[in-house]
Design a protein around this ligand. Structure first.
Ligand code: ADP
Length: 271
């Protein structure tokens, strides 16, 4: 880019320094571009709810307030729109926080079995109209390398989606297993599914396959980007397989604490 320093002669310290400075400038430029894009996306996303609110208020001001039914409907829609903006703001804060997770969190570990069972019980209580298959093949005492609340947040995002995008078949499957190195969790639904072309984009922020439909279901298109960033920060993976009309499965893989990790820890401490 323009800010880069031009160099003619190589083979000296100035050259090395210049290369490093240019690399740094590139990174700063990329960061600035990302921020700019984010602000553009946010403004775009806020435009719709603001326009809807304005529409209702000006209609009420002109004539709507004289008709009790219109007045009531309009107030309800406006409140709903405000709630959407609140959830959008909350999710945007979540997304920025993910980018600034500090090292205190990164060193944390979580016993997976109790958390997994608790999340299942929570959802079973909320969604009594669903059949939730639960398959826990986690070795007793397994510790996974992620901060508890972050893993819970990821599971909640995937499960919320599984329920949200289910169609007539009110069934979800939640399973987890461990081998010696990793934990794998699968969240499966038998709902709408996602087309091949969309699958590539669903982890992008603000991306929704069907804007209108997702909006109705309260979606901002941020959940999956938050989930993916969180998992990746802890050196895990989040992947998806989907067939339109028959359902979707999201798979999380995260590294487990190894016996050798603890040995290293105690060696560290002994030093
Ligand atoms: P949203 O808040 O809109 O659900 P997400 O980032 O969580 O945002 O998901 C992005 C989009 O991916 C959703 O709008 C939806 O179109 C699609 N999607 C996510 N999960 C599923 C699922 N389980 N089944 C079908 N489509 C899904």
């Amino acid at each position: 880019s323009d800010s880069r320093i031009k160099i003619r002669k190589r083979n000296d310290e100035v050259y090395d320094l210049t290369v490093n400075i240019n690399k740094m400038l590139d990174r700063m430029q990329a960061y600035t571009n990302q921020q700019k894009e984010f602000v553009e996306d946010v403004s775009h996303e806020l435009r719709t709810p603001v326009a809807v609110l304005e529409g209702h208020l000006s209609m009420l001001q002109r004539w709507g307030k004289d008709d009790p039914e219109v007045l009531n409907d309009s107030i309800n829609s406006s409140l709903q729109e405000l709630k959407r903006m609140q959830s959008l703001i909350q999710e945007m804060l979540d997304l920025t926080r993910v980018e600034q997770i500090d090292s205190d969190y990164l060193d944390q570990t979580t016993e997976i079995k109790p958390l997994f069972t608790q999340v299942y019980n929570d959802f079973k209580m909320i969604h009594t109209d669903f059949v939730i298959n639960f398959d826990d093949d986690i070795r007793e005492g397994s510790m996974v390398k992620i901060y508890r609340n972050h893993l819970e947040q990821v599971l909640v995002i995937l499960l919320d989606n599984a329920f949200k995008y289910s169609a007539d078949r009110k069934e979800i499957s939640l399973s987890a297993s461990t081998n010696s190195e990793v934990l794998e969790i699968a969240v499966q639904d038998y709902g709408l599914g996602i087309a091949k072309n969309d699958v590539k984009r669903i982890f992008n922020r603000f991306y929704r396959v069907d804007k209108a439909r997702s909006r109705k279901r309260g979606g901002n298109g941020l959940g999956l980007s938050i989930a993916k960033r969180l998992v990746e920060i802890y050196h895990g993976t989040l992947e998806v397989e989907s067939v339109v009309g028959s359902g979707t499965v999201f798979r999380i893989e995260l590294p487990l604490v190894q016996d050798s990790d603890e040995e290293n820890d105690s060696e560290e401490k002994a030093k």
